[in-house]
Design a protein around this ligand. Structure first.
Ligand code: 5GP
Length: 203
């Protein structure tokens, strides 16, 4: 069980930022939604995850992910450097505890794009986190999107679909669920959720 982060210097206003967690099966359109939110809310920080997965074409180190070796990741587990971590699709993924705690101490709102296992760990550590699950309209649409993306081998797609089924079953544990049927509507729904917590806080 992870201990809550205590003893950190707080923002002069005395408040911590909000933690927004989005999870979704791959192919649900989460990256597009995340980028739309970050573009519209320039003061929202993104927690760049660390991973041992090789970069996909177009992914930038330190921006999409920080790409590290399995040895480095495992050293991070031993040194308790991860606020949460998980093995997803046979690679490690994790959130830096230091980066997260610095952002919160500075009072910044932070967006995390992590899987269900990671979301559970963050919620144990920060129970006030706002959790948002993005659903594809159906498993059939998800399969079409994964195949059309052309970035994964057929056997990888099978693994991702199996995981997706399992992940979608967990959506009930999330505070908000958005079905990404129409992208513009889904972006609007996400912005409404983010803004409702941000404005509540500022009142
Ligand atoms: P992908 O390899 O498609 O970028 O991501 C695969 C899965 O790993 C996605 O569900 C994504 O949300 C999740 N993921 C990305 N970063 C992290 C992280 O830092 N921690 C955890 N637990 N999951 C992550």
């Amino acid at each position: 069980m992870l201990a809550p982060a205590g003893g950190l210097p707080r923002h002069p206003s005395g408040r911590s930022g909000e933690l927004f967690i989005i999870s979704a099966p791959s192919g649900a359109g989460k990256t597009t939604l995340r980028q739309a939110a970050l573009t519209r809310l320039p003061d929202l920080s993104y927690s760049v995850s660390f991973t041992t997965r090789p970069p996909r074409t177009g992914e930038r180190n330190g921006y999409d992910y920080t790409f590290i070796s399995a040895d480095e990741f495992e050293a991070g587990i031993r040194d308790e450097r991860w606020a949460e971590w998980a093995r997803v699709h046979s690679h490690y993924y994790g959130t830096s505890a230091k980066v997260l705690e610095q952002a919160r101490a500075a009072g910044r709102d932070v967006l995390l794009d992590i899987d269900v296992q990671g979301a559970q760990q963050i919620c144990r550590r920060f129970p006030e986190s706002v959790t948002i699950f993005i659903m594809p309209p159906s498993l059939e649409v998800l399969e079409q999107r994964l195949r059309a993306r052309g970035t994964d081998r057929p056997e990888t797609i099978e693994v991702r679909l199996r995981n997706a089924r399992h992940e979608m079953d967990q959506r009930h544990g999330y505070r908000h669920v958005i079905v990404n049927d129409d992208l513009d509507t889904a972006i609007e729904a996400l912005m409404a959720i983010l803004n409702s917590y941000r404005s509540t806080r500022e009142n």
